[in-house]
Design a protein around this ligand. Structure first.
Ligand SMILES: [Zn+2]
Ligand SMILES: [Zn+2]
Length: 344
């Protein structure tokens, strides 16, 4: 068989499954048979046909930037991977030569391109990627966990590492989607006391299941008063916003104590803040955090396995590729949290 099924977005929420040639790995590339490919909120611009990525405007690029599978073929010059290796795929493509690429932060490369946007992604039976984008999986890690760990878990792990989260901290996490949920798990793995904030009770229930010590519904409760009460008036040590909401971003800045640390992770176009009151007089540190450097994946995977993090609990729905239309529609209508395509 030389053809395979692959998902395409012609635009306007249309989903097509086409029969296309199985790609051949070129110099330095590998062919991966997909076992799991997670759907992400950032796929939605492709689904709507409003994406700003050049490579996606034609509707001819296969989506899927959170894939995992088994290598079934290698191109010339690939020595560190072989058929049978279980891998997840790092989404950022770079020139491979600049300081950012060499330090593992390919997403800062001037030639940054993104798998699943600029080049074919994992919502297909097979995909070809550079071998240097493959991240080896521990034997005990499932493909579903691996797929979700490339983005949600990896991003939140890297942010908490940068924030220096530990057992000394009260950490508040705003937004209990897959990112926030992953954040709760990791924070518990690091020993922190976690306060989860969202507007939806069902998401707060999941946060509790994932280990959150306290939950606050921002719609029905006063977030600042609750955090003050929980921390005996001291304020939180650190906060992470995964929602991208201007209210939550401001709550994050307001809820931390003097010398507190804050990370913004939820994508957000514009927010008004009060620098004197929120930043200067409390001398807090605020950072943005996005994805993780590729060489950190070994550490992330090892942490997930060692702490037995319940990553699959973030996944509310698994679909076959044939069900792509339903899958994207349900995801778009927020009838699922993390949804993943799986192959037996
Ligand atoms: Zn994603
Ligand atoms: Zn580069």
């Amino acid at each position: 068989m030389t053809t395979m099924q692959a998902v395409f977005f012609p635009g306007d929420k249309k989903v097509e499954i086409r029969q296309v040639e199985i790609p051949t790995p070129g110099q330095g590339e590998v062919l991966i048979q997909l076992k799991a490919s997670a759907i992400c909120r950032s796929d939605m611009s492709l689904y709507y046909g409003t994406s700003v990525f050049e490579g996606t405007k034609c509707g001819c690029t296969v989506p899927g930037h959170e894939p995992a599978g088994v290598i079934t073929g290698v191109g010339n010059g690939v020595s560190n991977f072989k058929p049978g290796d279980r891998v997840a795929v790092y989404l950022a493509l770079g020139c491979g030569e600049c300081a950012h690429c060499k330090s593992g932060y390919k997403m800062f490369c001037k030639e940054f391109k993104c798998i699943g946007f600029d080049s074919h992604g994992g919502d297909a039976e097979y995909m070809v990627v550079p071998a240097e984008n493959c991240m080896r999986l521990p034997d005990s890690m499932s493909f579903v966990t691996a797929a979700v760990s490339t983005d949600a878990v990896g991003t939140l792990y890297h942010a908490q590492k940068r924030l220096g989260i530990s057992g000394r901290d009260y950490l508040v996490i705003f937004g209990m989607g897959p990112m926030g949920g992953a954040g709760v798990m990791i924070a518990k793995g690091l020993g922190a006391t976690v306060i989860a904030v969202d507007m939806l009770d069902e998401r707060l229930e999941l946060a509790k299941e994932l280990g959150a010590d306290y939950t606050i519904n921002g719609k029905t409760m006063n977030v600042q008063e609750e955090i003050a009460r929980i921390t005996n008036g001291a304020g939180a040590d650190a906060a992470i916003d995964c929602s991208g909401s201007p209210y939550a971003e401001n709550d994050a800045l307001d809820c931390v104590r003097a010398h507190g640390r804050v990370a913004f992770i939820g994508e957000s176009k514009e927010t008004t803040i009060k620098p004197s009151q929120q930043l200067i007089r409390k001398q807090i540190s605020v950072m943005g955090s996005w994805y993780f450097p590729i060489q950190e994946f070994d550490e992330i995977a090892e942490f997930i396995v060692r702490k037995n993090l319940p990553v699959e609990k973030l996944v509310t729905h698994q679909f076959k590729l044939e069900e792509a239309e339903t899958a994207f529609q349900m995801f778009d209508e927020r009838k699922t949290e993390k949804a993943v395509f799986v192959w037996e």
